[in-house]
Design a protein around this ligand. Structure first.
Ligand SMILES: Cc1cc2nc3c(=O)[nH]c(=O)nc-3n(C[C@H](O)[C@H](O)[C@H](O)COP(=O)(O)OP(=O)(O)OC[C@H]3O[C@@H](n4cnc5c(N)ncnc54)[C@H](O)[C@@H]3O)c2cc1C
Length: 320
């Protein structure tokens, strides 16, 4: 009797399984496939910027819809018989002598010599009515991604203290009309107040109750006292978290938290995690967020993986 296809695969491990097909994972799979490495890409289809109209600041694709960008990446991979792209979710896994065994949500198990985690991060938003429906449009966390689209409008920065000062001054690049919305005491010292005043940034300490405007457009911030302030774009603070426990299950160490990224994976300059054979690229490693950075990290990580495998197989001297 012929063994099912899945069992045949279990007998022959993939050279690499890439978990996640966002910018980092797709970019890595392209480099791995072109290096003739048998590569399985498993993706749950939840890239973090899908809600945005367009990708801001990506050379060659500036303003392109994220969905179209990822579809184009998948189309390019289809030309390479070395790469299989599968919709699904990796639920868990473990390191074994010969590499890794990953468990997929459909109940299948896949074995690989190397694993690249490119699972992105969960961007957690402030709990404020009106934020979620405008997220990635008129409400955003990164002015480099979305600032151009709201340039020269009245812009708000929801924050306080030192980070509020820093972010409000940064947003001045996109508008002369910037308000620091502290949503309570602004926690500024005399130097902060003077710096903001000199930059023409207004400080408003009233409690913010909700955002107003049709659909994903923002027209005003509404305060608890019922008054409104005209606002066409709002920068909000977010925190980034691992989406799943997969990296933890595989034993990857986490870096110290910072105010933005709570549990980034520790990676070395070769994109290796603390676990031999386990690599990571993209948002989950706490690198500066952005599609260009994720593409670059995925590409570099894939090259390091190929190098690592050729070191093991043929004694190629390690990089670095
Ligand atoms: C709202 C928003 C707008 C943005 N706009 C811009 C912009 O305009 N320009 C810009 O340069 N950057 C922008 N960014 C940042 C940019 O989107 C990210 O830096 C980039 O997408 C990170 O790529 P990644 O491949 O690391 O992760 P992601 O793009 O998040 O992709 C990770 C993929 O892995 C999948 N996955 C996760 N866990 C599993 C699992 N266990 N099994 C299988 N698959 C899994 C996810 O479903 C997802 O498809 C924006 C971010 C947000 C949140």
């Amino acid at each position: 009797m012929t063994a099912p296809c899945h069992d045949q695969r279990m007998e022959k491990p993939w050279d690499c399984i890439v978990v996640g097909a966002g910018a980092a994972g797709l970019s890595a799979a392209l480099v791995l496939g072109r290096a003739r490495q048998r590569t399985l890409v498993v993706d749950a289809g939840g890239q973090s910027n899908l809600v945005a109209h367009g990708i801001g600041g990506l050379l060659g694709h500036d303003g392109r819809s994220p969905a179209k960008f990822y579809a184009a990446g998948r189309d390019e991979l289809a030309a390479y018989p070395t790469v299989e792209l599968r919709s699904g979710e990796v639920l868990g896994g473990e390191r074994r002598d010969e590499g890794f065994v990953l468990e997929l949500a459909d109940g299948s198990r896949e074995v690989a010599r190397r694993v690249l985690l490119a699972t992105g991060m969960d961007y957690r938003l402030p709990e404020l009515p009106g934020v979620a429906e405008r997220w990635g449009r008129s409400v955003f966390h990164c002015p480099f991604c979305h600032g151009w689209e709201v340039r020269d409008q009245a812009l708000g920065v929801l924050d306080r203290g030192a980070s509020g000062v820093r972010r409000a001054l940064l947003v001045r690049a996109w508008s002369d009309d910037v308000t620091l919305l502290a949503n309570g005491p602004a926690e500024l010292d005399a130097e902060d107040v003077e710096q903001l005043r000199a930059a023409g940034v207004t400080v408003d300490e009233r409690r913010v109750a909700e955002l107003r405007g049709p659909n994903s457009t923002l027209t005003a911030v509404v305060f608890a006292d019922g008054e409104e302030r005209h606002c066409g774009g709002l920068l909000v603070p977010v925190t980034l978290h691992q989406r799943t426990t997969l990296a933890e299950q595989l034993g990857a160490a986490v870096a110290d938290p910072n105010p933005l990224v709570v549990d980034a994976l520790k990676v070395d300059s070769m994109f290796g995690t603390s676990v031999p054979g386990l690599f990571a690229a993209g948002d989950l490693s706490g690198q500066m967020q952005g599609v260009a950075n994720a593409v670059a990290a995925g590409s570099s990580a894939a090259a390091m993986i190929v190098h690592d495998m050729m070191s093991e197989a043929h004694g190629l001297s390690p990089v670095g």
